[in-house]
Design a protein around this ligand. Structure first.
Ligand SMILES: Nc1ncnc2c1ncn2[C@@H]1O[C@H](COP(=O)(O)OP(=O)(O)OP(=O)(O)O)[C@@H](O)[C@H]1O
Ligand SMILES: [Mg+2]
Length: 261
């Protein structure tokens, strides 16, 4: 099976969490699955920018991206966060290759809205590099930085990046591993399954906000682009990755309207 695993930044913040997730994902690759990892690092970015007295401003969960933020993106997301994760995969016995969307058209983007600065909307993904690597036993680890044919560099929301890469790679399943149990609904519980219609309702009602709003919008697009199985699940739960790969239901399954949940 071709699996795209998106790791949220909080999960990558401590060596223990990185090591555990890297071990679980490396085991998938060792079992013969073709795996691509896309990672975020929103919290690491906010921390780095705060140290430099740059305030982070968000619109609908997307970070307004000035040239200073692009610089931080390359240093933090493409630098420290990506390499620390690659090192964890090395330790787990995998053959990781750290990349960003800039490499070989892995994530092509365009400016979303001039008011957001260099926030990129993914417009496509050339999946050949990811496929070449994954088919030969390597594990692509992709930082959420996009580019275009003119050499522009864009800050791409990691969830949107994961969806674009899942399309380019031809993933059968997309697992969004995050720092909550799944998607919380109005009564405070975690939804077992959601359709795009229910998602639109949660966003309109202000129940799904910020990063979760961005994630759910991206998840809806993943269904549209033909990814068979899209799940939002708690990355802090030991054994989660193997359970998801085995088809177990953990977290929130995002399914098309009328699909069998
Ligand atoms: N309805 C909701 N259910 C669950 N979490 C929600 C909801 N609404 C908002 N959130 C927030 O969304 C957060 C998850 O999105 P966030 O963007 O922070 O994480 P991520 O996408 O996993 O990581 P990164 O952005 O670093 O890739 C949760 O920690 C929670 O605070
Ligand atoms: Mg996020």
């Amino acid at each position: 099976m071709k699996i795209l695993v998106k790791l949220g930044g909080t999960l990558l913040d401590t060596p223990d969490s990185r090591a555990r997730l890297a071990g679980e994902i490396a085991a998938l690759a060792a079992a013969g699955h073709q795996v691509v990892v896309v990672h975020g690092g929103g919290k690491q970015m906010t921390r780095f920018l705060a140290e430099r007295k740059v305030e982070s401003r968000f619109v609908n969960g997307l970070r307004v991206t000035s040239p200073e933020v692009v610089d931080a993106l390359l240093k933090v997301l493409g630098g420290t966060v990506n390499h620390e994760l690659v090192a964890a995969f090395v330790q787990a016995g995998a053959r990781p290759v750290g990349l960003s969307g800039l490499d070989a058209g892995t994530a092509v983007a365009e400016q979303l809205n001039p008011e957001l600065g260099a926030v990129g909307r993914p417009t496509g993904s050339d999946g050949r590099l990811m496929s070449l690597l994954a088919a030969n036993g390597y594990l692509p680890v992709v930082a959420c930085i996009g580019g275009d044919a003119n050499g522009a560099i864009y800050n791409v929301n990691a969830d949107q990046m994961a969806v674009a890469c899942a399309g380019g790679f031809g993933a059968d399943a997309l697992f969004f591993l995050t720092d909550v149990d799944g998607v919380r609904i109005a009564d405070g519980s975690t939804a077992a399954a959601l359709t795009p219609g229910a998602i639109a309702g949660l966003i309109a009602a202000g129940v799904a906000t910020g990063g979760m709003q961005a994630k759910l919008e991206a998840a809806t697009r993943a269904l549209e682009s033909g990814v068979g199985r899209v799940i939002v699940a708690p990355g802090q739960l030991p054994g989660l990755v193997g359970r998801l790969a085995a088809g177990e239901r953990v977290g929130t399954l995002i399914t098309a309207e009328g699909a069998h949940a």
